[in-house]
Design a protein around this ligand. Sequence first.
Ligand SMILES: O=c1ccn([C@@H]2O[C@H](COP(=O)(O)O)[C@@H](O)[C@H]2O)c(=O)[nH]1
Length: 276
Amino acid sequence: MNKRELFAQIQEKKSFLCVGLDPVMENIPKHLLKYEDPILEFNKQLIDATKDLCVAYKPNTAFYESMGWKGWRTLTETWKYIPENIFTIADAKRGDIGNTSAMYAETFFNREKSEMGFDAVTVAPYMGEDSVGPFLNYKDKWVILLALTSNSGHKDFQVLETGGQKLYETVINTSSGWATADQLMYVVGATRAEEFKQVRKLAPDHFLLVPGVGAQGGSLADVCEYGLNDSCGLLVNSSRGIIYAGKGEDFAERAREEALKLQQEMEQILLSAELI
Ligand SMILES: O=c1ccn([C@@H]2O[C@H](COP(=O)(O)O)[C@@H](O)[C@H]2O)c(=O)[nH]1
């Protein structure tokens, strides 16, 4: 899905919500345990309940990888279940020397080989251009580079001054020369709302993937104050706040209610910004 198509989806659904699919077996409602793959069933019901309210799904691969080969199967089947017109993000935070990155890229992008064809993968910038390049070789796919993350540890490196600017600013400045805003997004945490003005100075046209709303306490309104651009430019993620809104048989309805609250807030924001 290209940038124009993504914005068209946002306008049609009046939403820039990304639902994070981060399931943990201990939190799966008990009545689903009778299924052969309870987590897949959980994900399917969540997708059915939210697919008209969101424009993206973001499974974090750690939640699947931790279950070994069965987890990879669940991830693959979850990806296959997501409707084709919804943007899919493998939150895998990969990046290695070139030939290894090429294998990571195949894992998430090469449907013929791995049976998964995500639209985007999250990538760590630390190893530099040759580690990101193999992902960018897939011209119809997206790289979402970690810039300013939502966790408290962001301060250990990302805001340190290097050559007169913060490290995350260097990441954006340098990497924006590697690909256009049609192929590159940045992760910027909702908990870093005070930095969005600066991020937008450096990356005016890029989409930003924004985790940290919901369980981590970030504010959608604060993010949007400076985060929006003329293509919306934001995919705002909530995982636990949506998928664990309810713990019983009505978990999917409760998840829908939480997703709806965010979608309705997003609709008002898009209207105020005259983007719909
Ligand atoms: O800076 C970052 C980068 C990634 N994440 C991931 O997003 C979700 C957030 O989940 P919540 O339950 O909504 O807190 C999760 O997969 C993180 O690993 C992030 O939070 N911050």
